[in-house]
Design a protein around this ligand. Structure first.
Ligand SMILES: Cc1cc2nc3c(=O)[nH]c(=O)nc-3n(C[C@H](O)[C@H](O)[C@H](O)COP(=O)(O)O)c2cc1C
Length: 209
C-alpha cells in the first residue's frame, strides 16, 4: 500500500532547493541527522547532499546511512574535485549539523582544517547562506568562548538554529525547526530585506526589516 502524502506546516517549503549538509565528527547527536535530512526531502521537498567530516564522523555513523537519507552519493573527503568550492557554490544553503563547540570556534577564527570549517570558509565568502545547528553540553553552550564565537559568526551573516536545552544539554534541534530555519533564511534572500536570526543561545532576536 502506498504511503499517503505528508501534509505539515513545512510541506514543500524547500521545494527545488539544494541543501548541502556538512556533518562534524564531534557529537554523538549525529545519529539524529539522517532523520532530519530525510524530513528535509520528504516534508520540505529539498534536494540534499551530505559532506561528512573526516574519520571521527565516519567512525560514529556510516556514509551509507547518509546516502540512504539524502538519496545522493556522500562526500567523504575533499579531493581534487574541490568539493568545498564546487559543492558549496552549487548549493542554495550550507547547513553545519551537528555543529560542535570546536567547529564553531574554528569557523569564527578562520581555521579550515576540517570539512565543516573548510566549506564554511568558502560559503561565507561566496554569499551562500550558512546555518549552524549546535549540539553540546550545557556548560559548553554557556561558555563565554562560545558566545564570543557565535557573535563573530552572526556578524558574518551566519544563522543559528536554537538547540533544545534540557537535562544539562543543548540538544540538536528537531527536523521541523531545522527545515523552518532553512526555509526562512532562503525566503529572506528571495524577499529582499526580510531576515530572520535564529539564535544558538536561548531565545534571542528575530529581526524583520
Ligand atoms: C563521546 C563524545 C561526545 C562528544 N559530544 C560532543 C558534543 O555533543 N558537542 C561538542 O561540541 N563536542 C563534543 N565532544 C567533543 C568533540 O568530539 C571534540 O571537540 C571534537 O574535536 C569536535 O570535532 P568536530 O568539530 O569535527 O565536530 C564529544 C566528545 C566525545 C568523546
Amino acid at each position: 500500500m502506498s504511503r499517503p502524502p505528508r501534509r505539515g506546516i513545512n510541506t514543500g517549503c524547500l521545494e527545488g532547493r539544494r541543501i548541502l549538509v556538512a556533518t562534524g565528527g564531534g557529537s554523538i547527536s549525529i545519529y539524529r541527522v539522517p532523520d532530519i535530512i530525510r524530513e528535509m526531502r520528504r516534508e520540505g521537498g529539498a534536494k540534499v547532499k551530505v559532506a561528512m567530516g573526516g574519520k571521527a564522523s565516519q567512525a560514529l555513523i556510516s556514509h551509507e546511512v547518509f546516502r540512504w537519507a539524502s538519496g545522493n552519493d556522500v562526500i567523504t573527503e575533499v579531493s581534487g574535485r574541490l568539493e568545498h568550492i564546487s559543492d558549496v557554490e552549487g548549493s542554495d544553503a550550507l547547513v553545519l549539523m551537528p555543529a560542535s563547540f570546536d567547529t564553531i570556534g574554528k569557523c569564527a577564527n578562520g581555521i579550515a582544517d576540517e570539512v565543516q570549517p573548510l566549506m564554511f570558509s568558502n560559503a561565507v565568502g561566496s554569499g551562500v547562506p550558512v546555518l549552524f545547528v549546535p549540539a553540546m553540553h550545557q556548560g559548553m553552550f554557556r561558555s563565554p568562548a562560545l558566545r564570543r564565537n557565535t557573535d563573530i559568526l552572526r556578524s558574518m551573516g551566519a544563522l543559528f538554529v536554537e538547540p533544545v536545552v534540557e537535562e544539562g544539554k543543548a540538544k540538536l534541534a528537531g527536523p521541523a525547526e531545522v527545515i523552518d530555519a532553512v526555509a526562512r533564511a532562503l525566503a529572506g534572500q528571495r524577499g529582499g530585506g526580510r531576515y530572520l536570526v535564529v539564535s544558538g543561545r536561548g531565545g534571542e532576536e528575530v529581526i524583520d526589516q
